[in-house]
Design a protein around this ligand. Sequence first.
Ligand code: ZN
Length: 153
Amino acid sequence: MSDLRELYQEVILDHSKHPRNSRALPAANHHADGHNPLCGDRLKLYVQVDNGVISDIGFTGAGCAISTASASMMTEALKGKTIAEAEATFQRFHHMLTGAPDEQPPEEEVEALGKLGAFAGVREFPVRVKCATLAWHTLQAALKDQPAPASTE
Ligand code: ZN
């Protein structure tokens, strides 16, 4: 279990206990539901997009510490960003998490993600990768106005 401890870095713990932007935005012009059946994480994401910029973003739902922290940190990282910037951040984040589990992701890759780099250790735990990426998959569904809930499966 000592390896798991590395996962729960301070920043992740803080966001899981005190999630930011954890609120419904009923008037938001994009929203989607996300579900990670492997862990049972559920999330509803609300995104307000104005002129290609994410002007507001919030989420509700219930999940494990990793999924909650990831949703919280994603909303914090993306507020005020353009759709293109959000997409680029997702690609970088996804790439960091889905590399070979026994290799460390390149340092510059982690650094470019700022706070989101805290999830780098999650890639050693493939089951947890789905918890960490749920919010991002749900974001993609929301931006595409996908009617079906996003699933990590
Ligand atoms: Zn989870």
